[in-house]
Design a protein around this ligand. Structure first.
Ligand code: FAD
Length: 384
């Protein structure tokens, strides 16, 4: 029996999933404590591409994308070696840095009455039939009626995700650049996806004239090029002169690239009859969609809003939520995983490129199938 402080709801992690749940629960008058490991705003490895579903949730949560300076993106350009093809997106997307977006969401949670502790990490979580217990790095343990686990890529002791069957040999990198004016103008309104041997990269504008280059590469490729960022960029640029041109005269805004290892792409939480109630898994802790076609931010927001509204309707029976979210996101995660596997190989990249060039309409359809379904978004929004 763990004693210590008692709370109604504890949310662990102040990214998109955790803050969206905090907003809905606090708005409904519930007592919410959110614990975020980072003491200060921080950049995160992310393509920073906001789909229409993500935007719908953000508007509901009071985020003014226009006011925050988010870029507008209407076309996708796919690039492989010296060839490129372009297609109109089936929606108007936006680009905004995670540093700005996550802080804006934390502010919204605070405004609605959530209490926020920053700079402390939850070390472990355990559950018994009536309560969930969180042990924090500093201070007394906390017991709560419900804990919303929203730690993104980072597992917490006691609640580790099952990694079997996931593609976890990939590394994600991100750098913000100030591009030369001519290149910035050329990139306006576009997300450029570059296929290269060993991985793929996304380049787009975010706020205040900043460009985000985010890429995913296999560990084997990274090792082969000599385990250095500069060597990796040279490798991509030698295969794809388009990127070399974009980065000519660009100023890197980071001292070194941000990196993330062992992303468990394809993970999907499988609820079982023995799982304790009161522990709600959100965002990357419930499902990780590969970022090639992915829509991880809208899954995070969808899971946060859905879990909060289901807690308000059904109390701490988290298994109802886990079954619902699984059925909402499994199709997109499966399809995105198939595409992610395909683009890891030259033949698959060629096939995807050829497909996009020959059937742009089918390509638009695929981007729709890899996103959270409109009806699921509608249901979660009505409930919240
Ligand atoms: C390379 C790459 C590119 C991507 N590109 C896109 C894209 O363009 N568009 C898109 O929609 N999605 C994209 N995604 C996916 C998206 O970034 C994630 O799905 C999304 O951030 C998940 O949100 P989250 O709230 O679950 O986790 P996070 O945003 O990671 O937030 C988790 C929070 O928990 C905190 N935390 C961690 N551990 C603890 C702890 N022990 N105690 C307290 N706090 C803790 C962290 O500090 C963090 O703030 C990409 C992912 C990758 C890897």
């Amino acid at each position: 029996m763990i004693s210590g402080r008692k709370e109604e709801i504890v949310i662990v992690g102040g990214g998109l999933a955790g803050t969206s749940a905090a907003c809905i629960l606090a708005e409904a008058g519930r007592s919410v404590l959110l614990i975020e490991r980072d003491a200060e705003p921080r950049h995160k490895v992310c393509g920073e591409f906001l789909s229409i579903e993500a935007q719908t949730y953000l508007t509901r949560l009071g985020i003014d994308l226009e006011g925050l300076g988010a870029s507008r993106i209407s076309r996708l350009r796919l690039i492989r070696k010296r060839k490129l093809t372009e297609v109109a997106l089936p929606f108007a997307a936006r680009g905004l840095s995670r540093r700005t977006l996550d802080e804006a969401l934390l502010d919204q949670a605070r405004i609605r009455g959530a209490r926020i502790i920053r700079g402390q990490a939850v070390r472990s979580i355990s559950a018994d039939p009536s309560q969930v217990h969180a042990e924090i790095a500093a201070g007394d343990p906390i017991s709560a009626d419900a804990v919303f686990l929203a730690t993104g890529k980072h597992d917490v002791r006691g609640m580790k995700r099952a990694s079997a069957g996931t593609m976890d040999d990939l590394i994600g990198f991100k750098v913000h650049y100030r591009l030369a004016m001519r290149q910035q103008q050329a990139l306006e309104g576009l997300v450029e996806v570059i296929l290269f041997s060993g991985g793929y990269a996304g380049l787009q504008m975010v706020e205040h004239g900043i460009a985000n280059l985010c890429l995913v590469v296999s560990r084997t490729c990274f090792d082969q090029v000599g385990k250095s960022w500069d060597a990796l960029l040279d490798h991509i640029a030698s295969e794809c002169p388009h990127l070399a041109e974009r980065l000519q005269g660009a100023q890197s805004l980071f001292e070194r690239p941000l990196a993330i290892f062992q992303i468990p792409y394809g993970f999907l939480h499988e609820p079982d009859s023995s799982e304790q109630q009161g522990l709600f898994r959100l965002g990357d802790q419930v499902g990780v969609i590969p970022s090639f076609t992915g829509d991880g931010m809208s899954i995070a927001l969808h899971s946060g809003c859905l879990a909060a509204s289901m807690y308000l309707a059904h109390g701490r029976t988290s298994s109802i939520f886990h079954h619902r979210i699984r059925s909402d996101i499994q199709r997109s995660i499966r399809l995105a995983s198939i595409l992610n596997r395909a683009v890891r190989h030259a033949a698959g990249q060629q096939a995807v490129f050829h497909f996009c060039r020959t059937w742009p309409a089918a390509m638009q359809h695929v981007t729709t199938l890899t996103r959270v379904h409109e009806a699921s978004v509608h249901r979660a929004l009505v409930a919240s």
